[in-house]
Design a protein around this ligand. Structure first.
Ligand code: XIL
Length: 342
Protein backbone atom coordinates (compact mmCIF):
# COMPACT_ATOMS: atom_id res chain seq x y z
CA UNK A 1 0.00 0.00 0.00
CA UNK A 2 2.88 2.38 0.57
CA UNK A 3 2.97 3.18 -3.15
CA UNK A 4 -0.23 5.22 -2.78
CA UNK A 5 0.20 8.97 -2.33
CA UNK A 6 -0.25 9.94 1.32
CA UNK A 7 -3.07 12.19 2.51
CA UNK A 8 -0.96 13.38 5.44
CA UNK A 9 1.85 14.41 3.06
CA UNK A 10 -0.56 16.03 0.63
CA UNK A 11 -1.87 18.32 3.38
CA UNK A 12 1.42 18.75 5.20
CA UNK A 13 1.74 22.35 6.37
CA UNK A 14 -2.03 22.82 5.91
CA UNK A 15 -3.55 20.64 8.66
CA UNK A 16 -3.07 17.17 10.13
CA UNK A 17 -4.96 14.33 8.48
CA UNK A 18 -5.88 11.74 11.11
CA UNK A 19 -8.19 8.80 11.74
CA UNK A 20 -9.91 7.18 14.67
CA UNK A 21 -8.41 3.86 15.56
CA UNK A 22 -9.13 0.56 17.28
CA UNK A 23 -7.26 -2.73 17.61
CA UNK A 24 -9.08 -4.37 14.70
CA UNK A 25 -8.15 -1.60 12.27
CA UNK A 26 -4.59 -1.70 13.49
CA UNK A 27 -4.43 -5.44 12.95
CA UNK A 28 -5.86 -5.30 9.43
CA UNK A 29 -4.32 -2.13 8.01
CA UNK A 30 -1.18 -1.08 9.92
CA UNK A 31 0.84 -0.01 6.85
CA UNK A 32 -2.01 1.89 5.29
CA UNK A 33 -2.62 3.72 8.57
CA UNK A 34 1.01 4.62 9.20
CA UNK A 35 1.38 5.90 5.64
CA UNK A 36 -1.86 7.87 5.28
CA UNK A 37 -2.25 9.72 8.58
CA UNK A 38 -0.22 11.78 10.97
CA UNK A 39 -2.50 11.37 13.95
CA UNK A 40 -5.02 9.10 15.62
CA UNK A 41 -7.96 9.24 18.02
CA UNK A 42 -8.91 6.08 19.89
CA UNK A 43 -12.53 5.40 18.98
CA UNK A 44 -13.82 3.76 22.19
CA UNK A 45 -10.90 2.77 24.45
CA UNK A 46 -10.50 6.15 26.16
CA UNK A 47 -14.18 6.53 27.02
CA UNK A 48 -15.01 6.38 30.71
CA UNK A 49 -16.55 2.90 30.67
CA UNK A 50 -13.37 1.54 29.09
CA UNK A 51 -10.86 3.47 31.21
CA UNK A 52 -12.45 3.05 34.65
CA UNK A 53 -14.92 0.13 34.48
CA UNK A 54 -14.91 -0.23 38.28
CA UNK A 55 -14.20 2.55 40.72
CA UNK A 56 -10.48 3.07 41.17
CA UNK A 57 -9.59 0.40 38.60
CA UNK A 58 -8.04 2.12 35.61
CA UNK A 59 -7.62 -0.03 32.51
CA UNK A 60 -5.39 1.80 30.09
CA UNK A 61 -4.03 -1.24 28.20
CA UNK A 62 -6.05 -1.07 24.97
CA UNK A 63 -5.66 2.66 24.60
CA UNK A 64 -1.97 2.37 25.46
CA UNK A 65 -1.43 -0.13 22.63
CA UNK A 66 -2.92 2.33 20.16
CA UNK A 67 -0.96 5.24 21.61
CA UNK A 68 2.29 3.21 21.38
CA UNK A 69 1.62 2.54 17.69
CA UNK A 70 1.11 6.26 17.18
CA UNK A 71 4.29 7.18 19.06
CA UNK A 72 6.32 4.60 17.12
CA UNK A 73 5.13 6.18 13.86
CA UNK A 74 5.49 9.79 15.01
CA UNK A 75 1.74 10.33 14.90
CA UNK A 76 -0.14 12.70 17.20
CA UNK A 77 -2.89 11.52 19.53
CA UNK A 78 -6.20 13.25 20.27
CA UNK A 79 -7.85 12.03 23.46
CA UNK A 80 -11.54 11.11 23.22
CA UNK A 81 -13.21 11.77 25.61
CA UNK A 82 -13.02 12.84 29.27
CA UNK A 83 -16.74 13.32 29.74
CA UNK A 84 -19.85 12.18 27.88
CA UNK A 85 -23.39 11.23 28.77
CA UNK A 86 -22.85 7.84 27.09
CA UNK A 87 -20.28 5.04 27.52
CA UNK A 88 -20.42 5.38 31.31
CA UNK A 89 -19.49 2.65 33.77
CA UNK A 90 -22.40 1.31 35.87
CA UNK A 91 -20.96 2.54 39.20
CA UNK A 92 -20.53 6.19 38.31
CA UNK A 93 -23.92 7.50 39.49
CA UNK A 94 -24.47 4.91 42.22
CA UNK A 95 -23.92 5.51 45.91
CA UNK A 96 -21.85 2.91 47.77
CA UNK A 97 -24.88 1.86 49.80
CA UNK A 98 -27.35 1.90 46.92
CA UNK A 99 -29.41 4.77 45.54
CA UNK A 100 -28.02 7.74 43.66
CA UNK A 101 -24.63 9.22 44.38
CA UNK A 102 -24.59 12.57 46.20
CA UNK A 103 -23.05 15.65 44.60
CA UNK A 104 -19.84 15.89 46.73
CA UNK A 105 -19.01 12.24 45.96
CA UNK A 106 -19.68 12.69 42.25
CA UNK A 107 -17.44 15.78 42.17
CA UNK A 108 -14.64 13.69 43.68
CA UNK A 109 -15.19 10.88 41.19
CA UNK A 110 -15.20 13.30 38.28
CA UNK A 111 -12.02 15.08 39.34
CA UNK A 112 -10.25 11.83 40.07
CA UNK A 113 -11.19 10.35 36.71
CA UNK A 114 -10.11 13.37 34.67
CA UNK A 115 -6.91 13.93 36.63
CA UNK A 116 -5.82 10.29 36.48
CA UNK A 117 -6.55 9.92 32.78
CA UNK A 118 -4.96 13.18 31.69
CA UNK A 119 -1.86 12.61 33.84
CA UNK A 120 -1.45 9.12 32.42
CA UNK A 121 -1.30 10.53 28.89
CA UNK A 122 0.62 13.68 29.66
CA UNK A 123 3.20 14.28 26.91
CA UNK A 124 1.45 11.77 24.63
CA UNK A 125 -2.06 13.11 24.10
CA UNK A 126 -1.67 16.66 22.77
CA UNK A 127 -5.39 17.52 22.60
CA UNK A 128 -8.44 16.34 24.55
CA UNK A 129 -12.11 16.26 23.79
CA UNK A 130 -12.81 17.41 27.32
CA UNK A 131 -16.54 17.21 26.90
CA UNK A 132 -18.52 15.43 24.23
CA UNK A 133 -22.04 16.25 23.04
CA UNK A 134 -23.03 18.56 25.89
CA UNK A 135 -25.35 20.72 23.80
CA UNK A 136 -29.07 19.95 24.04
CA UNK A 137 -31.03 18.70 21.05
CA UNK A 138 -34.05 20.75 22.15
CA UNK A 139 -33.89 24.20 20.62
CA UNK A 140 -35.08 25.96 23.79
CA UNK A 141 -32.10 24.83 25.89
CA UNK A 142 -28.36 25.22 25.60
CA UNK A 143 -27.05 22.35 27.70
CA UNK A 144 -28.14 18.73 27.57
CA UNK A 145 -30.06 17.70 30.68
CA UNK A 146 -27.76 14.77 31.41
CA UNK A 147 -27.36 13.06 34.77
CA UNK A 148 -24.10 15.02 35.17
CA UNK A 149 -26.07 18.22 34.80
CA UNK A 150 -28.83 17.13 37.12
CA UNK A 151 -26.54 16.15 39.98
CA UNK A 152 -23.69 18.67 39.59
CA UNK A 153 -25.32 21.61 37.83
CA UNK A 154 -23.85 23.49 34.87
CA UNK A 155 -20.56 24.34 36.59
CA UNK A 156 -19.39 20.79 35.94
CA UNK A 157 -18.42 21.87 32.42
CA UNK A 158 -15.99 24.70 33.29
CA UNK A 159 -14.69 22.54 36.14
CA UNK A 160 -13.87 19.73 33.70
CA UNK A 161 -11.69 22.09 31.71
CA UNK A 162 -9.97 23.27 34.89
CA UNK A 163 -9.28 19.71 36.08
CA UNK A 164 -7.84 18.77 32.67
CA UNK A 165 -5.74 21.92 32.45
CA UNK A 166 -4.30 21.38 35.90
CA UNK A 167 -3.39 17.79 35.05
CA UNK A 168 -1.64 18.79 31.82
CA UNK A 169 -1.16 22.53 31.26
CA UNK A 170 0.29 21.86 27.78
CA UNK A 171 -2.71 19.97 26.37
CA UNK A 172 -5.15 21.68 24.03
CA UNK A 173 -8.68 21.41 25.39
CA UNK A 174 -11.76 21.03 23.18
CA UNK A 175 -15.53 21.19 23.39
CA UNK A 176 -16.67 18.49 20.92
CA UNK A 177 -20.15 18.14 19.42
CA UNK A 178 -22.29 17.13 16.43
CA UNK A 179 -24.48 19.17 14.08
CA UNK A 180 -22.75 22.36 15.15
CA UNK A 181 -22.32 23.75 11.67
CA UNK A 182 -26.10 23.80 11.48
CA UNK A 183 -27.00 27.49 12.02
CA UNK A 184 -29.63 26.84 14.68
CA UNK A 185 -27.44 24.73 16.96
CA UNK A 186 -24.35 26.79 16.14
CA UNK A 187 -26.04 30.01 17.20
CA UNK A 188 -27.28 28.43 20.42
CA UNK A 189 -23.80 27.21 21.27
CA UNK A 190 -21.80 30.33 20.37
CA UNK A 191 -22.90 32.58 23.27
CA UNK A 192 -22.26 29.74 25.71
CA UNK A 193 -18.72 29.21 24.40
CA UNK A 194 -18.13 32.95 24.54
CA UNK A 195 -19.21 32.93 28.18
CA UNK A 196 -16.70 30.14 28.94
CA UNK A 197 -13.93 32.02 27.14
CA UNK A 198 -14.76 35.36 28.76
CA UNK A 199 -14.74 33.88 32.23
CA UNK A 200 -11.23 32.53 31.72
CA UNK A 201 -12.02 28.83 31.32
CA UNK A 202 -9.04 27.08 29.68
CA UNK A 203 -10.79 26.10 26.47
CA UNK A 204 -8.72 26.23 23.29
CA UNK A 205 -10.78 24.71 20.55
CA UNK A 206 -14.04 23.47 19.18
CA UNK A 207 -14.32 19.96 17.80
CA UNK A 208 -16.75 19.75 14.90
CA UNK A 209 -17.63 16.06 14.75
CA UNK A 210 -18.86 16.16 11.14
CA UNK A 211 -20.81 12.93 10.94
CA UNK A 212 -22.39 14.27 7.80
CA UNK A 213 -24.16 13.06 4.68
CA UNK A 214 -23.87 13.49 0.93
CA UNK A 215 -26.78 15.90 1.20
CA UNK A 216 -25.87 18.28 4.04
CA UNK A 217 -22.79 19.09 6.16
CA UNK A 218 -24.72 18.01 9.28
CA UNK A 219 -27.10 15.20 10.17
CA UNK A 220 -30.22 17.25 9.72
CA UNK A 221 -32.07 16.68 6.48
CA UNK A 222 -32.59 20.15 5.16
CA UNK A 223 -31.64 21.41 1.72
CA UNK A 224 -28.07 22.68 1.84
CA UNK A 225 -27.75 24.60 -1.41
CA UNK A 226 -24.27 25.80 -0.49
CA UNK A 227 -22.56 22.97 1.32
CA UNK A 228 -19.20 24.73 1.62
CA UNK A 229 -20.65 27.99 2.88
CA UNK A 230 -22.45 26.37 5.82
CA UNK A 231 -19.18 24.85 6.97
CA UNK A 232 -17.23 28.03 6.31
CA UNK A 233 -19.70 30.20 8.24
CA UNK A 234 -19.38 27.91 11.25
CA UNK A 235 -15.58 27.83 11.11
CA UNK A 236 -15.46 31.63 10.97
CA UNK A 237 -17.97 32.03 13.80
CA UNK A 238 -15.98 29.76 16.14
CA UNK A 239 -12.71 31.39 15.08
CA UNK A 240 -14.13 34.77 16.06
CA UNK A 241 -14.25 33.56 19.66
CA UNK A 242 -10.53 32.83 19.49
CA UNK A 243 -11.02 29.06 19.27
CA UNK A 244 -9.11 26.79 16.95
CA UNK A 245 -11.13 24.22 15.01
CA UNK A 246 -10.60 20.50 14.63
CA UNK A 247 -12.83 18.36 12.45
CA UNK A 248 -12.88 15.40 14.80
CA UNK A 249 -15.10 12.60 13.47
CA UNK A 250 -15.61 13.07 9.76
CA UNK A 251 -17.56 10.49 7.79
CA UNK A 252 -19.92 11.06 4.89
CA UNK A 253 -22.97 8.80 4.89
CA UNK A 254 -24.58 7.71 1.64
CA UNK A 255 -28.06 7.98 3.19
CA UNK A 256 -30.10 11.02 4.20
CA UNK A 257 -30.02 11.01 7.99
CA UNK A 258 -33.71 10.50 8.57
CA UNK A 259 -33.87 7.66 6.07
CA UNK A 260 -34.19 4.90 8.62
CA UNK A 261 -35.98 2.44 6.36
CA UNK A 262 -32.99 0.20 6.01
CA UNK A 263 -33.35 0.72 2.27
CA UNK A 264 -30.19 -1.17 1.62
CA UNK A 265 -28.09 -0.27 -1.37
CA UNK A 266 -26.19 -3.34 -2.57
CA UNK A 267 -23.24 -1.16 -3.38
CA UNK A 268 -22.74 2.53 -3.99
CA UNK A 269 -23.35 3.63 -7.58
CA UNK A 270 -20.59 5.49 -9.47
CA UNK A 271 -22.73 8.64 -9.12
CA UNK A 272 -22.86 8.31 -5.34
CA UNK A 273 -19.11 7.67 -5.16
CA UNK A 274 -18.51 10.73 -7.31
CA UNK A 275 -20.76 12.88 -5.13
CA UNK A 276 -18.94 11.57 -2.06
CA UNK A 277 -15.59 12.54 -3.61
CA UNK A 278 -16.97 16.03 -4.19
CA UNK A 279 -18.20 16.23 -0.58
CA UNK A 280 -14.83 15.19 0.82
CA UNK A 281 -13.26 17.82 -1.39
CA UNK A 282 -15.81 20.39 -0.16
CA UNK A 283 -14.79 19.69 3.44
CA UNK A 284 -11.03 19.54 2.89
CA UNK A 285 -10.89 22.59 0.64
CA UNK A 286 -13.08 24.70 2.92
CA UNK A 287 -10.82 23.78 5.84
CA UNK A 288 -7.68 24.41 3.78
CA UNK A 289 -9.00 27.88 2.91
CA UNK A 290 -9.09 28.57 6.66
CA UNK A 291 -6.00 26.67 7.69
CA UNK A 292 -5.06 29.48 10.06
CA UNK A 293 -8.00 28.20 12.15
CA UNK A 294 -8.54 24.56 11.18
CA UNK A 295 -5.59 22.54 12.37
CA UNK A 296 -6.71 18.94 12.01
CA UNK A 297 -9.16 16.69 10.18
CA UNK A 298 -9.87 13.26 11.66
CA UNK A 299 -12.03 10.71 9.85
CA UNK A 300 -14.07 8.42 12.10
CA UNK A 301 -12.47 5.20 10.96
CA UNK A 302 -10.36 4.27 7.97
CA UNK A 303 -12.16 1.66 5.85
CA UNK A 304 -15.80 0.96 5.02
CA UNK A 305 -15.72 -2.54 6.54
CA UNK A 306 -15.11 -1.14 10.02
CA UNK A 307 -17.38 1.88 10.28
CA UNK A 308 -19.83 2.50 13.11
CA UNK A 309 -22.34 3.61 10.42
CA UNK A 310 -22.88 -0.05 9.51
CA UNK A 311 -24.68 -0.19 12.88
CA UNK A 312 -26.02 3.35 13.24
CA UNK A 313 -28.64 4.78 12.89
CA UNK A 314 -29.91 1.55 11.31
CA UNK A 315 -28.47 -1.68 12.67
CA UNK A 316 -26.90 -3.88 10.01
CA UNK A 317 -27.39 -1.43 7.13
CA UNK A 318 -24.24 -1.22 5.03
CA UNK A 319 -22.86 2.25 4.50
CA UNK A 320 -19.74 3.50 2.72
CA UNK A 321 -18.74 6.69 4.50
CA UNK A 322 -14.91 6.64 4.34
CA UNK A 323 -12.24 7.13 1.68
CA UNK A 324 -11.00 3.52 1.67
CA UNK A 325 -13.31 0.64 0.74
CA UNK A 326 -13.95 -2.52 2.75
CA UNK A 327 -10.63 -4.02 1.62
CA UNK A 328 -8.48 -0.97 2.23
CA UNK A 329 -8.49 0.14 -1.42
CA UNK A 330 -8.75 3.83 -2.30
CA UNK A 331 -12.16 5.15 -3.39
CA UNK A 332 -12.79 8.12 -5.70
CA UNK A 333 -12.85 10.39 -2.62
CA UNK A 334 -9.27 9.40 -1.78
CA UNK A 335 -8.04 10.21 -5.27
CA UNK A 336 -9.81 13.55 -5.20
CA UNK A 337 -8.11 14.50 -1.94
CA UNK A 338 -4.58 13.56 -2.94
CA UNK A 339 -4.82 15.27 -6.35
CA UNK A 340 -4.90 18.60 -4.56
CA UNK A 341 -2.60 21.24 -6.03
CA UNK A 342 -0.82 23.16 -3.28
C1 XIL B 1 -19.09 5.54 18.44
C2 XIL B 1 -18.18 4.36 18.13
O1 XIL B 1 -17.60 4.53 16.85
C3 XIL B 1 -18.96 3.09 18.19
O2 XIL B 1 -18.10 1.97 18.02
C4 XIL B 1 -19.69 2.97 19.54
O3 XIL B 1 -20.52 1.85 19.51
C5 XIL B 1 -20.54 4.22 19.79
O4 XIL B 1 -19.71 5.35 19.69
N1 XIL B 1 -19.92 10.55 18.35
C6 XIL B 1 -18.84 10.31 19.16
C7 XIL B 1 -18.16 9.00 19.13
O5 XIL B 1 -18.36 11.23 19.82
O6 XIL B 1 -17.62 8.65 20.39
C8 XIL B 1 -19.09 7.92 18.66
O7 XIL B 1 -18.34 6.72 18.50
C9 XIL B 1 -19.75 8.32 17.36
C10 XIL B 1 -20.59 9.56 17.54
Amino acid sequence: MTELPSMAQTYSGVFDVCASMNLELLKRYPDLIAHQYNGITTDNPMKMSAIQPREGEFTFETADTLVSFAMAHKMRVRGHTLNWYQALPGWIFKAKNGGEVDAPTLWRRLENHVTTQVRHYRGKVYAWDVINEATADETDKVLRQSTWMRILGPTYIPKLFEFAHKADPDALLFYNDYNIVHPEKRDRLLPYLKELKDSGVPIHGIGIQAHITLFAPHQIDEPAPDYRKLLEDAILAYAKLGLIVHITELDISMYPYQDLNARVLKEPTPELLELQAKRYEDVFETCAKHSDVVKSITTWGVTDDLTWLNEFPVKGRTNWPLVFDGHGNPKPAFWRLVKRKA
